[in-house]
Design a protein around this ligand. Structure first.
Ligand SMILES: [Zn+2]
Ligand SMILES: [Zn+2]
Ligand SMILES: [Zn+2]
Ligand SMILES: [Zn+2]
Length: 519
């Protein structure tokens, strides 16, 4: 590990062992918001190829693809990409080419990832592929595997997958138990590789990035540039602080987040966001996952009555009875099933109709900041874009932005719910943007730097531009840029494209302005 420590020291970082978390990444100097903390190429990675979509094994591009003629499993966009992967693919290619045709279907991305991992380990130990301080199997070996924590069913599955890997590789020195341990290791440590708009493209193992622990209130963010993983500070990080990123979607209530972390990463989070008093926790889940007040002018949250006959608004005291709630909830359940069926069959027209019906019902049942209402609106945004109904898409985009902002702000300070628990949510973006600049629990000024919020502003800007609302587009693109330059840096082609769009919108706005003055 000495080599790794030296490499990290040069970057102003160090690995410290914490009794409750194990290896953790700490800073030894200040990092400013938007600054790159660390980046890493994957030890191994594989695109999420399926029968409907394929990507280049090297760069994840999806155009000009050609299948490897020998194994007929991997795809490449160019001979450059094929050549640079060849050392690694050669052994995999031989193994896959030996395999029966009808077994090709079972070679899933996770099977390929583990095969590539063993091949890379072998090639590095034979010095066919060079090793460096941040690129060697010892770093993979040091990753936690949580083998003792996984259940019987999962173990059986890993053993079956291990048998298949053995059948493909045919290396006598490998045993199923060792392969299973590596599957478990990948399950806790591999990262989903996403494009700039956070759409998943594949999976990769980044052993140095994996040292970074989770927080539900992280000070850094992980994004991908092609296949390299880049961690950037989203706030000022002083020297001597732990670097943290979020492993999960942080929108859920504490209970939901804890469940997701336990199930997927086998640990209990003790970040400041998770360790709050019970009263705040109850309030939080009542808002994010609970019901709305009977009075539609009131945004209070509801708690279950002690006699279990209904739920009482904590703001105005109105009671909603249990039967009424159960009745709407069961309607929501059946419509939501129908909606996902039409989505599954890619029947966008019908899906739009069903999700709008669902939204109407959820508006009656759920708290205005509820996660399920938010998810429905995100779907409605996606479907409206698919149907090129820009007006409708813009409406849903703005609705989700408002809730994103509220959530980002209140994640820092639950008591500030009171501040925003007022009828706000019909498009008061300007006002919301202002309240987002407020002091968080620890006194730091927080500006709602979350890549999802930036991307939503980006979509909003694109829609406003399409609809000819040039000045609004300038405002939205500017907000998108302000957030995304922190999370995504400014060098990627995505960010260059965003800047071009912003400049184009600005030029058009000033042209419109001057021609109005001429009249
Ligand atoms: Zn490529
Ligand atoms: Zn091949
Ligand atoms: Zn937490
Ligand atoms: Zn009320």
């Amino acid at each position: 590990m000495e080599g790794l420590q030296n490499a990290l020291n040069d970057r102003g970082l160090t690995v410290t062992i914490l009794p409750e978390k194990g290896r953790s990444l700490f800073t030894t100097r200040n990092f400013h918001p938007g600054e790159e903390i660390i980046s890493q190429e994957p030890y191994v990675c594989v695109p999420n190829n399926s029968t409907v979509e394929s990507r280049c094994d090297r760069c994840f591009a999806s155009i000009n693809l050609k299948k490897c003629s020998a194994c007929k499993v991997s795809w490449y966009c160019s001979s450059t990409c094929q050549k640079s992967e060849w050392k690694l693919h050669r052994l995999e290619c031989d193994a896959l080419a030996r395999l029966d045709k009808d077994r090709h279907k079972s070679v899933t991305p996770s099977i390929r990832l583990i095969i590539k991992l063993f091949i890379r380990r072998k090639l590095q130990s034979e010095k066919v592929i060079p090793t460096t301080a941040t690129d060697n199997y010892k770093l993979v070996e040091a990753l936690i595997d949580h083998m003792s924590g996984i259940d019987e069913k999962q173990l059986v599955l890993y053993a079956q997958m291990g048998t298949l890997v053995n059948l493909i590789l045919q290396w006598p020195e490998m045993n199923v138990k060792e392969i299973a341990r590596h599957f478990s290791k990948l399950a806790c440590n591999a990262h989903t590789i996403c494009d700039s708009e956070l759409r998943p493209l594949g999976t990769g193992l980044y052993p140095v990035i994996s040292i970074i622990n989770h927080s539900c209130l992280p000070n850094a963010v992980l994004v991908f540039e092609g296949r390299s993983a880049v961690v950037r500070a989203v706030q000022h990080i002083p020297a001597g602080a732990e670097v943290s990123i979020s492993y999960i979607e942080t929108a859920g209530s504490t209970m939901t987040r804890q469940k997701a972390l336990k199930e997927n990463y086998l640990f209990t989070c003790t970040c400041s966001q998770c360790v709050k008093d019970q009263e705040d926790e109850i309030k939080e889940s009542a808002i994010l996952e609970g019901y709305r007040c009977k009075n539609d002018q009131c945004d209070g949250f509801l708690l279950r009555n002690s006699d279990d006959t209904g739920f009482t608004c904590q703001q105005c005291g109105l009671v909603r009875n249990k039967e009424e709630i159960q009745n709407i909830a069961s309607q929501i359940k059946s419509i939501s099933d129908e909606a996902s069926t039409s989505m599954f069959h890619q029947n966008c027209g019908e899906a739009l109709f069903m999700y709008e019906k669902l939204e109407e019902l959820q508006k009656i049942l759920c708290h205005p900041y509820s996660i399920s209402l938010m998810q429905t609106r995100e779907k409605l945004l996606k479907i409206s874009m698919e149907l090129e109904n820009w007006t409708k898409a813009l409406l849903y985009c703005k609705l989700t932005i408002s809730v994103y902002q509220i959530r980002e702000m209140t994640r820092f300070n639950v008591s500030s719910w009171a501040l925003v628990t007022q009828p706000f949510y019909e498009y008061e973006l300007g006002k919301l943007a202002r309240i987002c600049w407020m002091k968080g629990k620890h006194g730091e000024l927080y500006s709602g730097i979350h890549p999802l919020l930036g991307l939503q502003f980006y979509t909003c800007g694109k829609l406003e531009w399409l609809l000819g609302y040039t000045e609004d587009a300038v405002k939205s693109y500017t907000k998108a840029f302000d957030i995304l330059r922190i999370t995504h840096g400014t060098n990627s082609s995505f960010m260059k494209d965003l800047l071009l769009k912003l400049e184009e919108a600005r030029a058009e706005a000033s042209y419109k302005h001057s021609s109005m003055e001429d009249e």
